[in-house]
Design a binder for this molecule. Sequence first.
Ligand SMILES: Nc1ncnc2c1ncn2[C@@H]1O[C@H](COP(=O)(O)OP(=O)(O)OP(=O)(O)O)[C@@H](O)[C@H]1O
Ligand SMILES: [Mg+2]
Length: 330
Amino acid sequence: MSILQESDPTSYSPFVDGSPQMRAIGTVIESISDTDATVLIRGESGVGKDLVARAVHAASSRRRGPFIKVNCAAIPQELLESELFGHEKGAFTDAHRRKPGQFEYANKGTIFLDEIAELPLALQAKLLHALQDFRFSRVGGHELLEIDTRVIAATNRDLEEAMTRGEFREDLYYRLNVVEIKVPPLRERREEIPALATLFLARFNAQYGRQKQLLPETMARLTEYTWSGNVRELENVMRRLVVLADGEQAIEALVIRGRNGHCSAPRPPFLEGLREIGRRGAREAQRKTLAEVLERVTWNRAEAARILKVSYKTLLTKIAECGLTPPRHR
Ligand SMILES: Nc1ncnc2c1ncn2[C@@H]1O[C@H](COP(=O)(O)OP(=O)(O)OP(=O)(O)O)[C@@H](O)[C@H]1O
Ligand SMILES: [Mg+2]
């Protein structure tokens, strides 16, 4: 499921905060820990917005309550209202029985609305009213239910631009943006790279039963690389390094490719060609969708293949290419 119900604090992955920027975020999280302030987390894809959201929940007085994540981009728009607010029996054709929404499941806890910019306008209105009145009704229902939930929203899109285009409601923007946390891209906090690389190396060595080590020069290269896919890209590169026999060479190739034409010192930031950006974007989008769908169908691969309209074999290849593993192997 794209909705994770994780109230177990042990399921939080370790959070590296080895830069002034991330420590500043830690201070903000600390300073709002005794409030229910709504938090808007912003930043490029892969910077760690999910982890920050979990950290806000874990630091709050609601930490023993549920943490419910709803990815607004991964659920078909026509199902999103019922997903968030639930529905009554007979509310629509397939509504054979009453179903609680994620706001109900998040009672006394935190709801994390990821990719909030993808929320359709009509739902933005309903969400705004719910947040203002602290109550809502299920789809097809009249009973008013109380909201006792901390709201965290995240996006990697330019919400201000979405507002000027009329795609995002200004009043909802201000309602969500009580506390804004901007997670900077990894290239602006390079001092974290060694600690992150070491963390991922240890994690994947344990997961795949390897004893790979990083040569100092490889670590230096990792620290210089641009990481336009941010921490997620670093994580994937470390996985490749651990899994592939010639992992170090793979990193060498990555970094040399990254430096093409930019060998003079000081080294200007590397610019990828459009084609490569496109390919990486497509790869990342595929990986994300694949992971969401697999989670949603609890790794029923046949079902996932059907939803994604690919053959079973193609699905297995994609899973391997993306380095995805079912939860029990993680
Ligand atoms: N500070 C960190 N310490 C340890 N791991 C991290 C850190 N930041 C990110 N990661 C890891 O990097 C990966 C990407 O992070 P995350 O999913 O939080 O990014 P995101 O900003 O939510 O991306 P998207 O916009 O694509 O949803 C995750 O596997 C996460 O565990
Ligand atoms: Mg995320």
